[in-house]
Design a protein around this ligand. Structure first.
Ligand code: KIV
Ligand code: NA
Length: 265
């Protein structure tokens, strides 16, 4: 198996092959997604929401992220694995940022880290990159800043914020990021960033013109029923599938039809 690397993603952008990315947080699901041919798995801090049940990404810790990343790494053979640095493990402190990135790389064997923010984080990014750790940026809707934004609405609809986003994207590229995620921004802005930058731009709610797409696995599989932003396409209705299987199991137990003769010793 030829492994996907950051260089593969750069090659894919140059050759017009779109990059497929999903989140993963555990061994079993990572095994399925990797065996299915996904290019990139993100151990996202969305684990705070979909695994831990928090309403924001703020509570998840670096130790939690490392636990999820260790589990994912045991399940994969081919894909590139990127791990989110969580809230509080890097912001405004390049020494701390480097230490957090090194912990992730040492303790999990993952291939890269991701962090949210623009110019303010470039000192940290340059420091992490110079230590040999590939860094993915994240602009637009950055959920670790939800208390500053106030809402999860579309970002950069106004010219001023759009221009700032473009400047930040260029700054991230100059600081050494190998790729950037753009979350929940107008499609024409996603297009402009993907055209202006040399590095691959991965969108989530950033339209069709970027170099690749990412979704949260639980959303894409329909495990969540109550999260339906416009950008989400559901490929399965796993909530109902699992619920129906569970109801059938309960019914079989209650009616003494499970286990049967051949299912006992
Ligand atoms: O944590 C996450 O799932 C993410 C993606 C939405 C890009 O950062
Ligand atoms: Na994230």
């Amino acid at each position: 198996i030829k492994r996907v690397t950051t260089h593969t993603l750069q090659w894919m952008k140059q050759n017009g092959e779109k990059i497929s990315m999903l989140t993963a947080y555990d061994f079993s699901m990572a095994s399925i997604l990797d065996a299915s041919g996904i290019d990139v798995l993100l151990v996202g801090d969305s684990a705070s929401n979909v695994m831990a049940g928090n309403s924001t990404t703020l509570p998840i810790t670096l130790d939690h992220m490392i636990y999820h990343a260790q589990s994912v790494m045991k399940g994969i053979q081919r894909c590139l694995v990127i791990v989110d640095l969580p809230f509080g493990s890097y912001q405004g402190n390049s020494k701390k940022a480097l230490e957090s990135a090194i912990r992730v790389m040492k303790e999990t064997g993952a291939h890269a880290i991701k962090l949210e923010g623009g110019k303010d984080e470039c000192e940290s990014i340059a420091r992490i990159v110079s230590a040999g750790v590939p860094v993915m940026g994240h602009l637009g809707l950055t959920p670790q800043s939800i208390n500053k934004f106030g809402t999860y609405a579309v970002r950069a609809k106004e010219d001023e914020e759009a221009e700032a986003l473009i400047e930040n994207a260029h700054a991230l590229q100059a600081a050494g990021c190998f790729s950037i995620v753009l979350e929940k921004i107008p499609a024409n802005l996603g297009k402009r960033v993907a055209e202006e930058l040399k590095i691959p731009i991965i969108g989530i709610g950033a339209g069709m013109h970027v170099d690749g797409q990412v979704l949260v696995m639980h959303d894409m599989l329909g495990i969540n029923k109550n999260f339906s932003p416009k950008f989400l396409r559901r490929y399965h209705n796993l909530f109902d599938e699992i619920s129906n299987a569970t109801k059938a199991y309960i019914s079989d137990v209650k009616s003494n039809s499970f286990p049967n003769e051949s299912e006992q010793y």
